[in-house]
Unconditional design. Structure first.
Length: 358
């Protein structure tokens, strides 16, 4: 029954991208397969308890959207390693049943490291968003040491499978150009970015993410990771003159995405139907993610909600209600951090055309 929503999703895609290029279609298919094939394999093995690891590892495929294929391979290799380390930290924390303060320390480390790495690599989407989601979701899932090791291995396998598909796509497209050397790429990027602003941006993201997470915990809101994820989505507005439009896009995209998720999950999708939905949403998100983040959120929201509950069987209603409440909480905290940091740091607002796509 849940698959009936797929024609509606397709019509939304045609409305905003009437004639996607061959490259865009090929990329969307690649990204859909990157998440779908590992999940279908896990499903066939009867190990849905490991599906969330495969789904999170496959997020690797969303990076490097507008890059030449040689550079995209390098980008995704770095993302694969970083995501695997994040999954390992989260699952080992869960297996050790670590204290809340330690998770806070891990959260700060993940935001600082992924934000700095994202700035140096020029990641699109912004570095912190999926890493925060992965850390906080997996840290909240009970795990044994064996499951932590196996799950991390599954996540790494899915991440490397995404890279392998990118290499295959490059080969099929006849791209024989020499891949960028990561050392040269990082050096060029460091020479071009305004370091003070990027340091301020990463620190502000860390403060905002931690504040949103702590606020959600203090208020007793279930699934407190959503508030932190919304903050990461807003942080690019710190260096943009379009802060209000960014907030509107994030909130509208989140509301629309949760509404779409409500329709999908009202049918109580089976695990197989949920996997198909995740494939479709991740493929379509690939088409929008570098063009309009608000539209991408229409598909990223049900994608994230579905991934976070894959193999867990939690009630859908509370998940979506928490997503909406925490979107408002995260938006309020994110805006407060943006305006306070701008005032304290005296940040010069850039013209919209000068700000990197995020």
């Amino acid at each position: 029954m849940a698959l009936k929503i797929i024609p509606f999703i397709s019509s939304v895609m045609r409305r905003f991208i009437p004639s996607p290029s061959g490259h865009e279609i090929r990329a969307a298919v690649r990204v859909g397969l990157a998440v779908g094939l590992p999940l279908l394999t896990i499903f066939a093995m009867g190990r849905l308890d490991l599906a969330v690891f495969a789904a999170f590892g496959a997020l690797t495929a969303l990076y490097g959207h507008s890059e030449p294929s040689g550079r995209r391979v390098g980008t995704q290799l770095v993302v694969a390693v970083a995501l695997t380390l994040t999954m390992a930290a989260a699952t080992f924390f869960a297996a050790a049943q670590g204290p809340t303060w330690l998770l806070g320390v891990l959260l700060v480390a993940v935001v600082l490291c992924s934000g700095a790495l994202g700035a140096v690599m020029g990641w699109v989407p912004r570095g912190e968003i999926f890493f925060v989601l992965v850390l906080l979701v997996l840290a909240g899932i009970p795990a044994t040491w064996t499951k932590a090791l196996v799950g991390t291995a599954v996540g790494l396998g899915a991440a490397l499978f995404s890279v392998a598909l990118t290499v295959l796509d490059r080969t099929l497209a006849g791209d024989t150009g020499k891949p960028d050397r990561l050392r040269d790429r990082i050096a060029a990027r460091l020479a071009s970015i305004e370091r003070r602003q990027h340091v301020i941006s990463v620190v502000a993201a860390t403060v905002g993410v931690l504040a949103a997470w702590l606020a959600a915990l203090a208020l007793g809101i279930g699934h407190p990771y959503w508030a932190s994820v919304v903050v990461t989505a807003l942080m690019p507005a710190l260096l943009s003159s379009r802060v209000r439009s960014r907030v509107v896009h994030v909130l509208a995209g989140t509301l629309g995405g949760v509404a779409m998720a409500a329709v999908i999950f009202a049918f109580e999708p089976s695990p197989l139907e949920l996997i198909v939905m995740i494939m479709v949403c991740q493929a379509i998100a690939e088409l929008f993610i570098a063009k309009n983040f608000g539209l991408a959120l229409l598909f990223l929201s049900p994608l994230a909600i579905g991934m976070s509950n894959l193999g867990r069987g939690l009630p859908w209603g509370p998940l979506m209600a928490d997503r909406l409440v925490e979107a408002g909480l995260g938006a309020a905290i994110g805006l407060a951090v943006i305006f306070v940091v701008r005032e304290l740091a005296g940040i010069r607002l850039e013209e919209p055309s000068q700000v990197e796509a995020r």
